[in-house]
Design a binder for this molecule. Structure first.
Ligand SMILES: Cc1cc2nc3c(=O)[nH]c(=O)nc-3n(C[C@H](O)[C@H](O)[C@H](O)COP(=O)(O)OP(=O)(O)OC[C@H]3O[C@@H](n4cnc5c(N)ncnc54)[C@H](O)[C@@H]3O)c2cc1C
Length: 368
Protein backbone atom coordinates (compact mmCIF):
# COMPACT_ATOMS: atom_id res chain seq x y z
CA UNK A 1 0.00 0.00 0.00
CA UNK A 2 3.04 2.34 -0.02
CA UNK A 3 3.80 5.09 2.48
CA UNK A 4 1.52 5.79 5.44
CA UNK A 5 -0.79 8.76 4.73
CA UNK A 6 -0.73 11.81 6.97
CA UNK A 7 -4.51 11.89 7.17
CA UNK A 8 -7.02 9.05 6.99
CA UNK A 9 -10.73 9.72 6.50
CA UNK A 10 -13.10 6.76 6.87
CA UNK A 11 -16.40 6.91 5.01
CA UNK A 12 -17.17 8.88 1.85
CA UNK A 13 -20.59 10.22 2.91
CA UNK A 14 -21.76 13.69 3.84
CA UNK A 15 -19.08 14.21 6.51
CA UNK A 16 -16.14 12.16 5.14
CA UNK A 17 -16.25 13.32 1.53
CA UNK A 18 -17.01 16.92 2.55
CA UNK A 19 -14.09 16.99 4.97
CA UNK A 20 -11.65 15.38 2.50
CA UNK A 21 -12.65 17.99 -0.14
CA UNK A 22 -12.20 20.85 2.36
CA UNK A 23 -8.76 19.52 3.33
CA UNK A 24 -7.62 19.17 -0.28
CA UNK A 25 -8.83 22.71 -1.05
CA UNK A 26 -6.88 23.97 1.97
CA UNK A 27 -3.70 22.55 0.42
CA UNK A 28 -3.41 19.43 2.58
CA UNK A 29 -2.22 16.31 0.85
CA UNK A 30 -1.40 12.73 1.76
CA UNK A 31 -5.05 12.08 2.49
CA UNK A 32 -6.40 8.54 2.30
CA UNK A 33 -10.16 8.25 1.99
CA UNK A 34 -11.32 4.76 2.99
CA UNK A 35 -14.76 3.95 1.69
CA UNK A 36 -16.95 0.87 1.70
CA UNK A 37 -19.13 2.01 -1.17
CA UNK A 38 -18.55 4.79 -3.69
CA UNK A 39 -21.02 7.71 -3.45
CA UNK A 40 -22.45 6.89 -6.91
CA UNK A 41 -23.61 3.47 -5.66
CA UNK A 42 -25.50 4.67 -2.59
CA UNK A 43 -29.29 4.85 -2.45
CA UNK A 44 -30.18 8.50 -3.03
CA UNK A 45 -32.28 10.73 -0.79
CA UNK A 46 -32.96 14.38 0.00
CA UNK A 47 -31.33 16.59 2.60
CA UNK A 48 -33.65 19.35 3.79
CA UNK A 49 -32.23 22.46 5.49
CA UNK A 50 -32.99 26.13 6.04
CA UNK A 51 -30.91 28.50 3.94
CA UNK A 52 -28.17 30.62 5.49
CA UNK A 53 -25.07 32.40 4.15
CA UNK A 54 -22.65 29.60 5.03
CA UNK A 55 -24.72 27.09 3.01
CA UNK A 56 -24.73 28.99 -0.28
CA UNK A 57 -22.94 26.27 -2.30
CA UNK A 58 -25.57 23.75 -1.16
CA UNK A 59 -28.40 26.26 -1.76
CA UNK A 60 -27.22 26.75 -5.35
CA UNK A 61 -27.31 22.98 -5.95
CA UNK A 62 -30.70 22.44 -4.29
CA UNK A 63 -33.48 20.85 -6.32
CA UNK A 64 -36.09 23.25 -4.93
CA UNK A 65 -36.62 25.78 -2.15
CA UNK A 66 -39.72 27.05 -0.38
CA UNK A 67 -40.01 30.55 1.13
CA UNK A 68 -43.13 29.31 3.00
CA UNK A 69 -43.64 26.22 5.14
CA UNK A 70 -46.36 24.88 7.40
CA UNK A 71 -46.81 22.88 10.62
CA UNK A 72 -50.31 21.49 11.20
CA UNK A 73 -52.42 19.42 13.54
CA UNK A 74 -56.17 18.75 13.61
CA UNK A 75 -56.81 22.17 15.19
CA UNK A 76 -54.47 24.63 13.45
CA UNK A 77 -52.18 25.23 10.51
CA UNK A 78 -49.27 27.59 11.16
CA UNK A 79 -47.62 29.13 8.08
CA UNK A 80 -44.11 30.63 8.25
CA UNK A 81 -42.42 32.80 5.69
CA UNK A 82 -38.75 33.62 5.23
CA UNK A 83 -36.91 34.37 1.99
CA UNK A 84 -33.51 34.65 3.75
CA UNK A 85 -33.98 31.26 5.42
CA UNK A 86 -36.10 29.44 2.82
CA UNK A 87 -36.35 25.67 3.28
CA UNK A 88 -34.17 23.85 0.72
CA UNK A 89 -34.16 20.28 -0.60
CA UNK A 90 -30.83 19.02 -1.86
CA UNK A 91 -30.40 15.67 -3.58
CA UNK A 92 -27.68 13.81 -1.61
CA UNK A 93 -26.15 12.44 -4.85
CA UNK A 94 -25.75 15.99 -6.24
CA UNK A 95 -23.98 17.21 -3.11
CA UNK A 96 -21.71 14.16 -2.91
CA UNK A 97 -20.86 14.52 -6.64
CA UNK A 98 -19.94 18.17 -6.05
CA UNK A 99 -17.70 17.19 -3.09
CA UNK A 100 -16.13 14.47 -5.27
CA UNK A 101 -15.48 17.05 -8.04
CA UNK A 102 -13.83 19.41 -5.52
CA UNK A 103 -11.62 16.53 -4.40
CA UNK A 104 -10.83 15.44 -7.99
CA UNK A 105 -9.52 18.95 -8.68
CA UNK A 106 -6.67 18.06 -6.29
CA UNK A 107 -6.24 14.47 -7.41
CA UNK A 108 -2.65 14.21 -6.16
CA UNK A 109 -3.77 15.08 -2.63
CA UNK A 110 -6.04 12.13 -1.98
CA UNK A 111 -5.96 8.38 -2.55
CA UNK A 112 -9.30 6.58 -2.42
CA UNK A 113 -9.14 3.05 -1.01
CA UNK A 114 -11.84 0.42 -0.70
CA UNK A 115 -9.82 -1.71 1.75
CA UNK A 116 -11.40 -2.32 5.17
CA UNK A 117 -10.13 0.33 7.63
CA UNK A 118 -7.52 -1.18 9.97
CA UNK A 119 -8.25 -1.26 13.73
CA UNK A 120 -4.91 0.41 14.37
CA UNK A 121 -4.67 4.02 13.27
CA UNK A 122 -1.68 4.12 10.96
CA UNK A 123 -1.99 7.77 9.87
CA UNK A 124 -0.94 10.79 11.91
CA UNK A 125 -4.65 11.55 12.35
CA UNK A 126 -7.84 9.65 11.50
CA UNK A 127 -11.32 11.08 10.95
CA UNK A 128 -13.93 8.37 11.27
CA UNK A 129 -17.54 8.58 10.03
CA UNK A 130 -18.55 4.94 10.45
CA UNK A 131 -21.92 4.57 12.21
CA UNK A 132 -21.70 4.75 16.04
CA UNK A 133 -22.85 2.05 18.50
CA UNK A 134 -26.38 2.68 19.72
CA UNK A 135 -28.05 1.88 23.02
CA UNK A 136 -31.19 -0.25 23.07
CA UNK A 137 -34.58 1.33 23.43
CA UNK A 138 -33.54 4.72 22.11
CA UNK A 139 -35.98 6.83 20.09
CA UNK A 140 -35.53 6.85 16.33
CA UNK A 141 -36.79 9.21 13.72
CA UNK A 142 -37.82 6.62 11.15
CA UNK A 143 -39.50 7.27 7.87
CA UNK A 144 -40.36 6.17 4.40
CA UNK A 145 -40.99 8.71 1.65
CA UNK A 146 -42.56 8.29 -1.77
CA UNK A 147 -41.95 10.49 -4.80
CA UNK A 148 -45.40 10.91 -6.31
CA UNK A 149 -46.73 12.43 -9.52
CA UNK A 150 -50.39 13.43 -9.65
CA UNK A 151 -52.63 13.40 -12.72
CA UNK A 152 -53.63 17.05 -12.14
CA UNK A 153 -52.10 20.21 -10.60
CA UNK A 154 -52.82 20.00 -6.87
CA UNK A 155 -49.68 20.96 -4.95
CA UNK A 156 -48.45 24.45 -4.05
CA UNK A 157 -44.74 24.47 -5.06
CA UNK A 158 -44.19 27.62 -2.97
CA UNK A 159 -45.02 26.02 0.37
CA UNK A 160 -43.50 22.96 2.08
CA UNK A 161 -45.45 21.01 4.68
CA UNK A 162 -42.83 20.19 7.31
CA UNK A 163 -45.03 18.45 9.88
CA UNK A 164 -48.66 17.51 9.46
CA UNK A 165 -49.95 15.55 12.43
CA UNK A 166 -53.31 14.86 10.76
CA UNK A 167 -52.45 11.18 10.44
CA UNK A 168 -52.57 8.00 12.58
CA UNK A 169 -51.16 8.68 16.10
CA UNK A 170 -51.83 5.19 17.47
CA UNK A 171 -48.16 4.08 17.22
CA UNK A 172 -46.72 7.24 18.80
CA UNK A 173 -45.62 10.61 17.44
CA UNK A 174 -46.28 10.54 13.69
CA UNK A 175 -46.43 13.23 11.01
CA UNK A 176 -46.49 13.64 7.25
CA UNK A 177 -43.71 15.65 5.55
CA UNK A 178 -44.66 16.85 2.08
CA UNK A 179 -42.25 18.66 -0.25
CA UNK A 180 -43.99 19.79 -3.47
CA UNK A 181 -41.45 20.24 -6.31
CA UNK A 182 -44.12 21.38 -8.77
CA UNK A 183 -47.92 21.44 -8.98
CA UNK A 184 -47.86 17.73 -9.83
CA UNK A 185 -44.73 16.32 -8.13
CA UNK A 186 -43.92 15.87 -4.46
CA UNK A 187 -41.99 13.84 -1.92
CA UNK A 188 -44.47 12.61 0.72
CA UNK A 189 -42.98 11.04 3.84
CA UNK A 190 -44.55 9.28 6.80
CA UNK A 191 -42.27 9.92 9.82
CA UNK A 192 -42.45 8.57 13.36
CA UNK A 193 -40.44 9.38 16.51
CA UNK A 194 -40.65 6.04 18.34
CA UNK A 195 -38.35 3.25 19.56
CA UNK A 196 -39.92 0.62 17.26
CA UNK A 197 -39.14 0.88 13.54
CA UNK A 198 -42.40 0.45 11.56
CA UNK A 199 -42.91 -1.93 8.64
CA UNK A 200 -42.65 -0.42 5.14
CA UNK A 201 -46.36 -1.16 4.70
CA UNK A 202 -47.24 1.01 7.69
CA UNK A 203 -45.65 4.14 6.15
CA UNK A 204 -47.05 3.37 2.69
CA UNK A 205 -50.57 3.03 4.07
CA UNK A 206 -50.18 6.28 6.04
CA UNK A 207 -49.10 8.13 2.86
CA UNK A 208 -51.96 6.64 0.82
CA UNK A 209 -54.49 7.57 3.56
CA UNK A 210 -53.12 11.11 3.76
CA UNK A 211 -53.26 11.65 -0.01
CA UNK A 212 -56.77 10.29 -0.25
CA UNK A 213 -57.90 12.50 2.65
CA UNK A 214 -56.38 15.78 1.42
CA UNK A 215 -56.02 15.27 -2.35
CA UNK A 216 -59.03 13.05 -3.01
CA UNK A 217 -59.62 14.30 -6.56
CA UNK A 218 -56.17 13.29 -7.83
CA UNK A 219 -54.68 9.91 -8.60
CA UNK A 220 -50.98 9.33 -8.06
CA UNK A 221 -48.11 7.42 -9.63
CA UNK A 222 -45.26 6.50 -7.28
CA UNK A 223 -41.93 7.10 -9.02
CA UNK A 224 -39.50 6.29 -6.21
CA UNK A 225 -38.99 5.77 -2.49
CA UNK A 226 -36.46 6.68 0.19
CA UNK A 227 -36.28 5.54 3.78
CA UNK A 228 -34.17 5.91 6.87
CA UNK A 229 -33.93 5.53 10.65
CA UNK A 230 -31.94 8.16 12.53
CA UNK A 231 -31.13 7.68 16.22
CA UNK A 232 -32.41 10.52 18.39
CA UNK A 233 -29.69 10.55 21.04
CA UNK A 234 -26.35 12.08 21.85
CA UNK A 235 -23.14 10.25 21.02
CA UNK A 236 -20.56 9.92 23.79
CA UNK A 237 -16.91 9.84 22.77
CA UNK A 238 -13.73 8.88 24.53
CA UNK A 239 -11.23 11.48 23.36
CA UNK A 240 -8.34 9.87 21.49
CA UNK A 241 -5.11 11.53 20.55
CA UNK A 242 -5.07 10.67 16.88
CA UNK A 243 -8.70 9.94 16.07
CA UNK A 244 -11.68 12.28 15.63
CA UNK A 245 -15.25 11.11 15.04
CA UNK A 246 -17.19 13.10 12.43
CA UNK A 247 -20.70 13.15 10.98
CA UNK A 248 -23.37 11.09 12.74
CA UNK A 249 -20.56 9.25 14.57
CA UNK A 250 -19.26 12.60 15.82
CA UNK A 251 -22.69 13.46 17.25
CA UNK A 252 -23.49 15.94 14.49
CA UNK A 253 -27.12 14.85 14.01
CA UNK A 254 -29.34 17.07 16.15
CA UNK A 255 -30.65 14.70 18.85
CA UNK A 256 -34.15 16.18 18.89
CA UNK A 257 -34.76 16.30 15.14
CA UNK A 258 -32.30 14.09 13.23
CA UNK A 259 -31.35 17.09 11.06
CA UNK A 260 -27.66 16.70 10.25
CA UNK A 261 -26.71 18.38 7.00
CA UNK A 262 -26.23 21.91 8.35
CA UNK A 263 -24.48 20.68 11.53
CA UNK A 264 -22.07 18.50 9.53
CA UNK A 265 -21.12 21.46 7.32
CA UNK A 266 -20.48 23.65 10.38
CA UNK A 267 -18.55 20.86 12.10
CA UNK A 268 -16.26 20.51 9.05
CA UNK A 269 -15.76 24.30 8.99
CA UNK A 270 -14.90 24.30 12.73
CA UNK A 271 -12.36 21.47 12.38
CA UNK A 272 -10.72 23.21 9.43
CA UNK A 273 -10.70 26.63 11.14
CA UNK A 274 -9.02 25.20 14.23
CA UNK A 275 -6.41 23.44 12.10
CA UNK A 276 -5.69 26.55 10.05
CA UNK A 277 -5.33 28.69 13.19
CA UNK A 278 -3.19 26.27 15.22
CA UNK A 279 -1.70 23.72 12.79
CA UNK A 280 -3.25 21.06 14.99
CA UNK A 281 -6.37 18.88 14.80
CA UNK A 282 -8.76 18.88 17.73
CA UNK A 283 -12.23 17.32 18.17
CA UNK A 284 -14.92 20.01 18.08
CA UNK A 285 -18.41 19.98 19.59
CA UNK A 286 -21.14 19.87 16.97
CA UNK A 287 -23.79 21.39 19.29
CA UNK A 288 -23.73 23.77 22.24
CA UNK A 289 -24.27 22.33 25.77
CA UNK A 290 -27.48 24.40 26.13
CA UNK A 291 -28.87 23.05 22.87
CA UNK A 292 -28.06 19.49 23.92
CA UNK A 293 -29.75 19.98 27.28
CA UNK A 294 -32.90 21.41 25.66
CA UNK A 295 -32.94 18.49 23.23
CA UNK A 296 -32.63 16.02 26.13
CA UNK A 297 -35.67 17.56 27.83
CA UNK A 298 -37.61 17.58 24.58
CA UNK A 299 -36.82 13.92 23.88
CA UNK A 300 -37.82 12.92 27.40
CA UNK A 301 -41.20 14.57 26.78
CA UNK A 302 -41.54 12.73 23.45
CA UNK A 303 -40.64 9.40 25.12
CA UNK A 304 -43.85 9.81 27.13
CA UNK A 305 -45.77 9.75 23.78
CA UNK A 306 -48.53 11.98 25.16
CA UNK A 307 -51.39 12.61 22.70
CA UNK A 308 -50.72 16.35 23.26
CA UNK A 309 -47.32 16.24 21.50
CA UNK A 310 -48.65 17.52 18.13
CA UNK A 311 -50.03 20.61 19.90
CA UNK A 312 -46.56 21.30 21.43
CA UNK A 313 -45.02 21.47 17.96
CA UNK A 314 -47.82 23.59 16.54
CA UNK A 315 -47.70 25.83 19.64
CA UNK A 316 -43.94 26.27 19.21
CA UNK A 317 -44.38 27.20 15.54
CA UNK A 318 -47.15 29.67 16.49
CA UNK A 319 -44.80 31.53 18.89
CA UNK A 320 -42.02 32.00 16.32
CA UNK A 321 -41.86 33.76 12.98
CA UNK A 322 -40.23 32.06 9.98
CA UNK A 323 -36.72 33.43 10.56
CA UNK A 324 -36.66 32.57 14.30
CA UNK A 325 -38.06 29.09 13.64
CA UNK A 326 -35.38 28.47 10.97
CA UNK A 327 -32.66 29.73 13.34
CA UNK A 328 -33.97 27.54 16.17
CA UNK A 329 -34.10 24.40 14.02
CA UNK A 330 -30.63 25.14 12.60
CA UNK A 331 -29.02 25.58 16.04
CA UNK A 332 -28.58 29.34 15.65
CA UNK A 333 -31.36 30.52 17.98
CA UNK A 334 -30.88 33.92 19.64
CA UNK A 335 -31.76 34.41 23.30
CA UNK A 336 -35.06 36.01 22.30
CA UNK A 337 -35.93 32.97 20.14
CA UNK A 338 -35.09 30.61 23.02
CA UNK A 339 -37.24 32.61 25.41
CA UNK A 340 -40.16 32.31 22.99
CA UNK A 341 -39.60 28.55 22.67
CA UNK A 342 -39.63 28.11 26.45
CA UNK A 343 -42.73 30.32 26.70
CA UNK A 344 -44.53 28.21 24.05
CA UNK A 345 -44.10 24.97 26.00
CA UNK A 346 -46.59 23.81 28.64
CA UNK A 347 -44.60 24.03 31.91
CA UNK A 348 -45.75 20.82 33.66
CA UNK A 349 -44.57 18.10 31.23
CA UNK A 350 -41.37 19.98 30.45
CA UNK A 351 -40.47 20.62 34.10
CA UNK A 352 -41.21 16.97 34.92
CA UNK A 353 -39.01 15.87 32.01
CA UNK A 354 -36.17 18.19 33.07
CA UNK A 355 -36.33 16.90 36.67
CA UNK A 356 -36.48 13.24 35.60
CA UNK A 357 -33.15 13.70 33.82
CA UNK A 358 -31.56 14.21 37.23
CA UNK A 359 -32.21 10.62 38.33
CA UNK A 360 -32.63 8.95 34.94
CA UNK A 361 -30.09 10.46 32.54
CA UNK A 362 -30.69 10.25 28.78
CA UNK A 363 -29.29 7.15 27.08
CA UNK A 364 -26.38 7.90 24.77
CA UNK A 365 -24.82 6.23 21.76
CA UNK A 366 -21.06 5.79 21.91
CA UNK A 367 -17.90 5.56 19.90
CA UNK A 368 -15.27 3.05 20.98
C1 LIG B 1 -32.67 8.77 4.22
C2 LIG B 1 -32.09 9.90 5.04
C3 LIG B 1 -32.64 11.17 4.95
C4 LIG B 1 -32.10 12.22 5.70
N1 LIG B 1 -32.65 13.46 5.57
C5 LIG B 1 -32.08 14.50 6.19
C6 LIG B 1 -32.57 15.82 5.97
O1 LIG B 1 -33.57 16.01 5.27
N2 LIG B 1 -31.92 16.85 6.57
C7 LIG B 1 -30.84 16.66 7.35
O2 LIG B 1 -30.26 17.64 7.83
N3 LIG B 1 -30.38 15.42 7.62
C8 LIG B 1 -30.95 14.34 7.05
N4 LIG B 1 -30.46 13.08 7.28
C9 LIG B 1 -29.46 12.91 8.37
C10 LIG B 1 -27.98 13.20 8.00
O3 LIG B 1 -27.81 14.42 7.36
C11 LIG B 1 -27.41 12.08 7.17
O4 LIG B 1 -27.53 10.87 7.88
C12 LIG B 1 -25.93 12.29 6.79
O5 LIG B 1 -25.72 11.55 5.62
C13 LIG B 1 -24.93 11.83 7.86
O6 LIG B 1 -23.63 11.96 7.33
P1 LIG B 1 -22.45 10.96 7.72
O7 LIG B 1 -21.27 11.33 6.89
O8 LIG B 1 -22.33 10.90 9.18
O9 LIG B 1 -23.00 9.53 7.28
P2 LIG B 1 -23.18 8.96 5.82
O10 LIG B 1 -23.50 10.07 4.87
O11 LIG B 1 -24.13 7.83 5.93
O12 LIG B 1 -21.74 8.43 5.47
C14 LIG B 1 -21.12 7.37 6.17
C15 LIG B 1 -20.21 6.69 5.16
O13 LIG B 1 -19.44 5.71 5.86
C16 LIG B 1 -19.34 4.59 5.01
N5 LIG B 1 -18.97 3.43 5.83
C17 LIG B 1 -19.71 2.74 6.71
N6 LIG B 1 -18.97 1.72 7.24
C18 LIG B 1 -17.74 1.80 6.67
C19 LIG B 1 -16.55 1.04 6.80
N7 LIG B 1 -16.47 -0.01 7.64
N8 LIG B 1 -15.46 1.40 6.08
C20 LIG B 1 -15.52 2.47 5.23
N9 LIG B 1 -16.63 3.22 5.06
C21 LIG B 1 -17.71 2.88 5.76
C22 LIG B 1 -20.71 4.47 4.36
O14 LIG B 1 -20.65 3.68 3.19
C23 LIG B 1 -20.99 5.95 4.06
O15 LIG B 1 -20.47 6.33 2.80
C24 LIG B 1 -30.98 12.00 6.57
C25 LIG B 1 -30.46 10.70 6.65
C26 LIG B 1 -30.99 9.68 5.90
C27 LIG B 1 -30.39 8.30 6.04
Amino acid sequence: MGRKPEIEVIGAGCAGLGLAAAMAEAGLDEIRLVTKEMPANRPDHIWGFWGEKSLQPAMRLARHHWPRWQIADEMRIITHHSTDHAYHALQASHWLASCQARLDAYEDSCVISQDEAADEVSAAIRFDSRPPQLPTNVLYQHFLGQYVTSDRPIFDPGCALLMDFRCDQSQGMHFIYLLPFSETEALVESTLFTAEIASDEYYRTAIADYLSRFYARASFTITGEEKGALPLCEIAQTPKENEIAIGARGGALRPSSGYGFVFIQRHIAKLMRHYQQTGDWRAQAAHSPLQLWMDRVFLRVIEGQSPDIPSYFVGLAAQLDGASFARFMSGRARWRDLAKVVWAMPPTPFLKAALSLLWRPARKGWVE
